[in-house]
Ligand binder design. Sequence first.
Ligand code: NAP
Ligand code: PAF
Length: 310
Amino acid sequence: MMPLRKTPLLPPPLWTLLGCGALGGVFASLLEQSGQRVQVLLRDAQRSRLHPDFDFIALDSSHHLLGITRCFTDQVASVRRLLVMTKAHQVITALTPLVGKLSPAVPIVLLHNGMGVAEQVARLFPDNPLLVGVTNHGAMRCGHFAYRHTGKGETWVGPFNDAAKAYQNLAEDLARALGDAGWDEDIRQRQWQKLAINCMVNPLTALHKVKNGELATPRFADALDQLSVELCDVMQAEGLHASAEELKRRTITVCELTADNYSSMLQDMEAGRLTEIESITGFLLARADAHDIAVPVNRSLYHAIKEKQA
Ligand code: NAP
Ligand code: PAF
């Protein structure tokens, strides 16, 4: 009888998370809890600071202390798959120190709100498989390396370039940690749907200083009508499937589901942080201009946010 050959047990894949804020901290914790290996790549300036265990508060309010490894740019050779979870306008600055150091075999996954950043990342890392995604999990930072998971949602990733098409397994690994996560070859459609919701909810809530739920009241019905028609025109010109009624309906559903929340743009404005307006409405305006489509209501919201931000 032939002896059975032992299959070597491969270690679970190592995820490296760049951007360990609210969402990055929660994703790192969920990946760690699912038995996958995780390290977070911090700014070099954070090297000399104290790095306590992660204090992770799960959806059921249970506390978990997690010993998640920290690494810095001089350890880039250890990176096997890179999940970038900074704000949209921080992605390029965060990735630039890795240029020429990150192996071209490493898949890069971008999971920020807004669009238009992947094109710049592709120029910095032309040979790496590049994936983009959307998520509607909710996360909060509540202290030094302390994170609270505030809402479970869906996560979708898909290929931005051809090299990324072979990386469906990353979506499977994310699903083991996050629950609802999937692969979508046509991820652009989902990115635009999320962009449309962000174009409506974020500037309106930030300018009027209201909770998301307020947008579902008659007071904002006209604004949502006009914004959704403009967004629909641009999406159709981009070759995407869109209907203004559907965009408005989805937006109102999100506002009802998150009625008590303050949008990320309102929170950023109140805290005096740069908002993601450039990657949200700014991206929409750039695409509208490329198609010669007038988007006056989105444009006025963009300028109003820029003015307040300045
Ligand atoms: P956040 O709390 O501000 O986290 C961003 C993190 O990136 C921070 O820890 C920041 O470090 C880090 N970072 C920035 N520049 C860096 C650099 N050069 N090198 C290393 N790290 C750097 O933001 P967030 O709420 O997690 O959001 C991240 C993205 O997810 C955004 O696009 C957001 O719209 C999207 N999103 C968030 C949620 C949510 O519930 N939070 C839900 C869905 C989508 P410092 O703190 O030191 O600056
Ligand atoms: O940016 C945000 O706050 C969220 O993406 C959304 C969907 C607008 C809900 O608050």
